[in-house]
Design a binder for this molecule. Structure first.
Ligand SMILES: *Cc1c(COP(=O)(O)O)cnc(C)c1O
Length: 378
């Protein structure tokens, strides 16, 4: 028993971890070069394919999500190669930065505020830059809650030699995604978002088209060399010591996710997001994302009020943690997550805490309406 009350994480990573998963991770450490652990890797490898919706391989990396993004760049592009990067928020910007760090010629496509870069803009960029070797996009940019039309982008990229790389770090497993069906070549998930685990693992789904490129490219990373990882994965092994405690947790969390089916998780998140959007709008707040994802909801603060103050009050008086805006949005917006093992009661406790604290900060528009609006839309 802990003496401090648990603060409910409604942050878009890390997310709440189910007790069954925590229990598995509290067991004594096992040896990773063992038949028992090979069997665990084999099982999670098979299960993760179902999460990605791919028949291709899924590579497990001991890293946070950004390690998976870096692996995608370091294994597919050479210095001077051209890459088109769609930017719907800070995480799209991260692909620009990683590309530049690896001497890639980056063509950024920046979306209007709250919007996703439309597929047409990618098509236009590929016409102007036919030498493009990779297109990067973010399924849900967690900094803004904006959803990309990855299916539409996939239709455009699949007929070119370019690879399509999707940052699904917070969103694959939370919202509809079809790696094979949408012609995605590399897709990335992080452990601490929809997969209900602590941070520390990244998963990279790799298509046949991507493997052909990777085999023909000199990898610019030793630790994140996907060829080396693939050879080990074929033997249900990893090249280096994996965060095996997290892998044991992963087996449990993916079992939970797939027990009811991925569609059930998508549907639950969609309902929570619908409810949250309705409740926040009932309170007179404007939503940030105009192309919203169901992973999280971001809303503007009322004029003159600071989200840092709201977040602190919600945390200290209600034991619920919501997230601030990032960079220039800090203090101006707040974000409430729906992914993972969050249910309607959790979401309502977050929304009513927001309502109460906004009231104490002087914003009393439609006070008392959040719960009803949530339940009507949910
Ligand atoms: C969380 C997140 C990342 C970064 O992941 P880290 O685990 O912090 O490295 C990248 N992209 C998106 C969309 C994310 O939500």
């Amino acid at each position: 028993m802990t003496s401090k009350p648990h603060v409910l994480l409604l942050t878009p990573g890390p997310t709440e971890v189910p007790p069954e998963v925590l229990a598995v991770m509290a067991e004594p450490v096992i040896y990773h070069r063992s038949k028992a652990f090979n069997a665990v890797l084999e099982e999670v490898g098979t299960q993760l394919k179902k999460v990605f919706r791919t028949r291709g391989e899924v590579i497990l990396l001991t890293a946070s999500g950004t390690g998976g993004m870096e692996a995608a760049v370091a294994n597919t592009l050479s210095p001077g190669d051209t890459a088109v990067v769609g930017v719907n928020g800070r995480f799209g910007e991260r692909f620009v930065e990683i590309g530049e760090a690896f001497d890639v010629r980056v063509i950024p496509l920046r979306a209007a505020r709250g919007r996703a870069v439309p597929p047409d803009a990618y098509a236009e960029a590929l016409r102007t830059h036919p030498e493009t070797r990779a297109v990067f996009t973010t399924l849900c940019d967690t900094s803004t809650g904006v959803l990309s039309d990855v299916r539409g982008i996939g239709r455009i990229v699949s007929s070119t030699p370019s690879l399509l790389v999707v940052d699904g770090i917070s969103s694959i497993g939370a919202v509809p995604f079809e790696m094979d069906g949408w012609s995605v070549d590399l897709a990335i998930i992080g452990s601490q978002k929809a997969l209900m685990l602590p941070p520390g693992l990244a998963f990279v789904g790799v298509s046949a088209k991507a493997w052909a490129r990777i085999e023909a490219t000199r990898p610019r990373s030793f630790y994140f060399d996907l060829r080396r990882a693939r050879v080990a994965a074929a033997k249900s092994d990893t090249p280096f010591t994996p965060a095996l405690t997290l892998v044991l947790g992963l087996r449990e969390s993916v079992r939970i996710l797939l027990r009811d089916g991925l569609e059930a998780a998508w549907e639950r998140n969609a309902r929570l997001a619908r409810g949250a959007r309705a409740a926040l709008q009932a309170l007179g707040l404007a939503l940030f994302a105009l192309d919203p994802a169901d992973c999280l909801t971001a809303a503007w603060m009322p004029p003159g009020l600071d989200s840092s103050q709201l977040i602190a009050a919600v945390r200290d008086r209600h034991q619920v943690l919501i997230a601030n805006g990032q960079d220039e949005l800090k203090g101006k917006i707040f974000r409430i997550a729906h992914m993972g093992c969050i249910d309607a009661e959790h979401t309502l406790s977050g929304l009513t805490a927001i309502e109460t604290e906004l009231g104490l900060m002087g914003w009393r528009r439609a006070a008392g309406s959040a719960r009803q609006a949530f339940l009507a839309a949910y």
